[in-house]
Design a protein around this ligand. Structure first.
Ligand SMILES: Nc1ncnc2c1ncn2[C@@H]1O[C@H](COP(=O)(O)OP(=O)(O)O)[C@@H](O)[C@H]1O
Ligand SMILES: O=P(O)(O)OC[C@H](O)CO
Length: 492
């Protein structure tokens, strides 16, 4: 039986495909950048067909680079940028509009209307989410309101909605299968996280017909086979999870109290809460974790919209650095930020503030402030925003958190990881395999087809690369956080 697993990791800024062996070693990686389109202020769009073409090309390349054919792949696991919304024609497979990306703020006024009509408590209780343009429900509503005849056609089952996982499965199966896994469905504002099904009352409020929605499946099960023409022979699709839940799984955070933070474009901290679905009292959301069997698992989540993206802004917007990795040396060239804070609220603020109107600021500048102080403040803003998420989790959760597991592109930055440990007062643990998102998707697929007998067997392959231990006093950490919070207040 083949033991290699192909992970398709369709992220916000790139599509990647990675082949792993059964010891979780990377055999090959193929990657393509994904163009970002900003047609109006606050709007962010992707071309859904470009996503598919790029993802398919990466998958084909990765299989070839690993020296394999389709017969050598035990299964495919899909993981994806979440919430991004695609609406397509079931007959032709053509998208009706550009994909509306999770960062897109165009439905802010619709969210305000829903709040004014006092619907927020119901959405919160059923979906675990807040009424923010981030989530898919209002994006789909906007498409159905805006595209001529779309709602009527959706009611007649002529159109299909999907997050990127659904869209990829539809394409991979030649339009035979319309599904979404529970971890993705739980990001839509339409799924009741307690029952695991679409919620008719919420659908009625959003004016979305059930006929447009995919079937909800588990995150680890044989869902379908790919169209034989794509890879030369059919390959089983056996795992699907939203990228943050896949990373939680890839970090082997299956048990209550295990927490991870992913440092990519944004930062996403998730703490597994077991079978409990706690309602946060500190501005976090509740979401479904990847689901292996009939048992539902939950997580508390905090999202920072601009994480590693602030480093890109320093590079492309200010020209202070030539590559993202250069920020570490520049920031380390000064001992501290000299009182400067950079609040990267470029697209509003996510958890725990949920303020769509906040805008970025640099505060505390003096005549002595230089490029290095600004670079250090930018880096520190990633750690400070993430610290607020993890501290909120600690305040919400009965389980003590003994460490933070980290992954994502910016976790390569040692100074950032040390700042994180200092602010939180717990060890920050970086794994050997930092492609945790893809690994999680591969593992979900591998478990469904018997590459490992159970999750514990998969977990034994997880290895630590480096631990960052807190090196400042708790008083000092509290002072830094208080100073940060007063800077944030000035952006609200
Ligand atoms: N050494 C580094 N220090 C700080 N930030 C970095 C470093 N390397 C990459 N980044 C940032 O990490 C992000 C890319 O991480 P990645 O996990 O690939 O993101 P995504 O999955 O969101 O596309 C970029 O925003 C980049 O600026
Ligand atoms: O593609 P990423 O890594 O930026 O992740 C995006 C998140 O899934 C959005 O919720």
């Amino acid at each position: 039986m083949p033991h290699a697993l192909l992970a398709l990791d369709q992220g916000t800024t790139s599509s990647r495909a990675i082949v792993f062996d059964a010891d979780c070693r990377v055999l090959s990686i193929a990657q393509q950048e994904l163009p970002q389109n900003y047609p109006q202020p606050g709007w962010v769009e992707h071309d859904a067909k470009e996503i598919w073409r790029g993802q398919l090309a990466c998958a084909q390349q990765a299989i070839a680079q690993a020296g394999l054919t389709a017969q050598g792949i035990a299964a495919i696991g899909i993981t994806n940028q979440r919430e991004t919304t695609v609406l397509w024609d079931r007959a032709t497979g053509e998208p009706l509009a550009p994909a509306i990306v999770w960062q897109d703020r165009r439905t802010a006024s619709l969210c305000s209307e829903l709040k004014a009509a006092e619907h927020e408590a119901l959405f919160r209780q059923r979906t675990g989410l807040v009424l923010d343009p981030y989530f898919s429900g209002t994006k789909l509503r906007w498409l159905l309101d805006t595209i001529p005849d779309a709602r009527r056609r959706a009611e007649r089952c002529e159109l299909a909605f999907g997050t990127i996982d659904s869209w990829l499965v539809w394409q991979l199966t030649g339009g035979r299968v319309h599904v979404s896994d529970i971890s993705n469905a739980s990001r839509t504002l339409m799924c009741n996280i307690h029952t695991g099904d679409w919620d008719d009352e919420l659908l009625a409020i959003l004016a979305i017909p059930r006929a447009v929605l995919p079937r909800i499946c588990r995150s680890s099960e044989v869902i379908a086979e790919t169209d034989a023409s794509l890879f030369g022979a059919p390959v089983r699709i056996a795992g699907i999870a939203g990228d943050q839940q896949a990373a939680l799984f890839g970090q082997t955070c299956f048990a209550p109290g295990r927490v991870k933070n992913t440092y990519g474009t944004g930062c996403f901290a998730l703490a597994h809460t077991g079978r409990e679905a706690p309602a946060s009292r500190h501005g976090l959301i509740t979401t479904r974790a990847a689901q292996l069997d009939n048992t539902a698992g939950f997580a508390l989540e905090g999202s920072v919209f601009v994480g590693g993206a602030v480093v890109q802004w320093l590079r492309d917007g200010l020209g202070l650095i030539r590559s993202a990795a250069d920020i570490e040396a520049l920031a380390a060239s000064v001992p501290d930020t000299g009182g400067v804070h950079l609040v990267p609220a470029f697209t509003g603020l996510g958890a725990p503030y949920w303020n769509a109107d906040a805008r970025g600021a640099i505060v505390g500048l003096t005549r002595g402030s230089g490029a290095a102080h600004i670079a250090r403040a930018a880096l520190e803003s990633i750690a400070l925003q993430s610290a607020e998420l993890v501290l909120a989790m600690q305040a919400d959760s009965p389980q003590a958190m003994s460490e933070l597991r980290v992954d994502g592109g910016a976790c390569a930055n040692n100074l950032l990881m040390q700042m994180q440990a200092d602010l939180l007062g717990i060890p920050v643990v970086r794994p050997v395999v930092q492609e945790t998102t893809a690994l999680g998707a591969a593992a979900l697929a591998g478990l469904a087809v018997g590459v490992w007998p159970d999750a514990t067997a998969f977990a034994s392959s997880w290895q630590c690369e480096r631990v960052f231990t807190p090196a400042i006093s708790r008083d000092e950490a509290a002072t830094r956080l208080a100073s940060w919070r007063s800077a944030v207040q000035r952006t609200l």
